[in-house]
Ligand binder design. Structure first.
Ligand SMILES: Nc1ncnc2c1ncn2[C@@H]1O[C@H](COP(=O)(O)OP(=O)(O)O)[C@@H](O)[C@H]1O
Ligand SMILES: Cc1cn([C@H]2C[C@H](O)[C@@H](COP(=O)(O)OP(=O)(O)O)O2)c(=O)[nH]c1=O
Length: 215
């Protein structure tokens, strides 16, 4: 009988706030390797719709914050079920651009506004409790000024409200890591040049082996 523990791929999530370099680093990791770069949104009709909505208004897209967050989480489940899990089972390593930790942190910010922090975390812990944790999270972090410069260069603007949301999301991610230290995380200072950041990301993934996999 095949031992899927020995043959399945690794799930590596590249996380952090927008502008920190997730897509750039995830693409660099996947290129030239056999790993698959997983998209943030699913190819189901609701995933496509959500992707379009985020492009128009990255942070507040619905009148119900709970409804909005559940849609994001529903599509994260869909990405996992339709793309990540089958590839892992087939032995392919998957690199997610914005994965487990960022999804948790962003929804915590949005849900806390509606439910308060205790209920928000309770709901998130229950929902995320049904997903496996990644084998490795690469948590990219950068300073506010660097993030603003990169987002202005990339998107043409970055207002204070967006930066404030990102700061909240960053703090939520750190709280999640401290509260439930179940994720294997490498934190990477993304203020530095792309070459240095990418080299550190490659280094962090190189040592991954069976002993670090989910049981
Ligand atoms: N280490 C880096 N140094 C300089 N520019 C970077 C670095 N990482 C990313 N960038 C640039 O910053 C912008 C945001 O990067 P991106 O990968 O799109 O971030 P994210 O996916 O986290 O939103 C892009 O224009 C990218 O080229
Ligand atoms: C509105 C909302 C956005 N998000 C996330 C999805 C988007 O990837 C992110 C902000 O949008 P975007 O600027 O497109 O992010 P990035 O530059 O990292 O690709 O916020 C949530 O997770 N929950 C939410 O409720």
């Amino acid at each position: 009988m095949a031992d899927d523990y020995l043959t399945r791929g690794l799930w590596i999530c590249v996380d952090g706030v927008e502008g920190v370099g997730k897509s750039t680093v995830a693409r660099a990791l996947a290129s030239g390797s056999a790993a698959h770069l997983a998209t943030e949104f699913s190819s189901a009709p609701f995933g496509r719709a959500l992707e379009g909505a985020v492009r128009t208004a990255p942070h507040f897209i619905a009148s119900s914050e709970v409804g909005q967050s559940l849609v994001f989480l529903g599509d994260f489940y869909e990405v996992y079920a339709s793309e990540v899990a089958p590839l892992l089972a087939g032995g392919t390593t998957v690199i997610s651009d914005r994965g487990y930790l960022s999804k948790y942190a962003y929804q915590e910010v949005v849900l806390t506004g509606a439910l308060g922090d205790t209920a928000a975390r309770g709901l998130l812990d229950a929902i995320f409790g049904h997903l496996p944790t990644p084998d490795l999270t690469l948590h990219l972090v950068a300073s506010r000024n660097v993030l603003r410069e990169r987002l202005v260069a990339r998107d043409g603007e970055c207002d204070d409200a967006r930066l404030a949301f990102m700061a909240q999301a960053h703090r939520a991610a750190l709280r999640r890591l401290v509260r439930a230290p179940d994720l294997r995380v490498t934190t990477i200072d993304a203020d530095r040049s792309l070459d240095v950041v990418t080299a550190e990301a490659v280094h962090a993934t190189t040592g991954l082996d069976r002993s670090t996999r989910r049981s």
